[in-house]
Design a protein around this ligand. Sequence first.
Ligand code: FCB
Length: 463
Amino acid sequence: MAVDVCVAPNQSLSPPADSVLWHQDFLLGAATAAYQIEGAAAEDGRLASIWDTFSATPGKTLAGDTGAIACDHYHRWEEDVALLASLKVDAYRLSIAWSRVMTADGQPNPLGIAFYRKLLQALRAHGMKTFVTLYHWDLPQHLEDQGGWVNRETAYRFAEYADLMSRELAGLVDAWATLNEPWCSAYLGYGNGHHAPGKAQLGLATQAMHHLLLGHGMAVARLRANDPAAQVGIVANVGHATTTGATVADQRAAFLFEIQNNQWVLDPLLKKTYPAALWELWPGTEPVIHDGDMALIGTPLDYLGINYYFRSNVISDGQHGYTEVALEGVERTQMGWEVYPDGLRHLLVGFRRDYPNLPPIYITENGMASDDHVVDGMVEDSQRISFFNRHLAAVDQAVKAGVDVRGYFIWSLLDNFEWAFGYERRFGIVHVDYATQRRTLKRSAHLVRQFLTERRSKSLSQA
Ligand code: FCB
């Protein structure tokens, strides 16, 4: 029997025999996003996005890093597709840069569109499923100059963009996602200013959220009409909160954390209403809503993408809200995020209980950053391997508890531009040397490939 010399004897990515992970139709994929990997920020007619502006503003990102070059994926996409194919992943989740494919007056940019067409064709040629996100936070700057997501017009522009993309790329996409993590766009972008465009007012965040979701709702109809064979969904980040506090107010604090992080997005999508408790947390911030908006936002979805990273510990802030208190002695990642797989199981089971119309779920992001280095051609990312094993087990438990989870995407394929944290935080299963753009498979990537190879050979032998 051939021995894979890259695999450490004591570590593997090997789910138990009864795990859903062994099912051939449970997708195991990898994810990236346009601004985090593409670079080529001013090439082929690409316009500036809010992340170009924000990251070029002194003090906004760690070390002043920007996505101007990133992983140079715009030029190296063929190498990256070959890399994906070599890992044997079932699916790849990518995003389209709006500012690459549409001019300021709403006309198509053929060069930008051709890039994504070639990329999707190549992925399909390798037999990979394509999951395409239309908006992973990179609003064209010219739209931000008109008020961005706080301006209702942006929702209409987004629907036009979705219309164009689904006409141009119909037949090449297995699953469209309208938005990635609208919570981050709205709250980090307009509520606390940690992300582009850097505004910090809660009333702006709630209005931005409403317009993001409205844009989503309008886009769903266009995507379905233009590309009827594709699945249509949206991706939400979710957080789990617990409290070490002893009071009823502390319990309430954990509840309100989840209202703010989860139900603010999921209730309008799945119940056609915002959670009333949000206005208790943030009094006086109700957005302007037009007749018919909530029905559009609540358009049924083919799937829901869930991104999960960590748990938060909160206590009452003594008023009507919560405050975070870091737990001592827990395992953390390079981001400082707690490793807490059971939060994922807990949330998935809770969503199934609370939303009778919960669509099928894909875990569209899960992963961790570590301070990885190449030593003798290898990166030993043992914490990441253990992280994946434990989170995949949590997903399996959720499936066994009745949640319809159909796939899991590793965040991320490559080390990349981690937003306000720049290039220091490495989330990839493939290491990127930013000076040379050399890609090196980390141990985790070798193990993903080994597992998927084994899974395929088992299914062939059973066929
Ligand atoms: C998510 C983002 C993704 C990446 C991970 C670490 O919130 O969607 O782009 O930055 O966090």
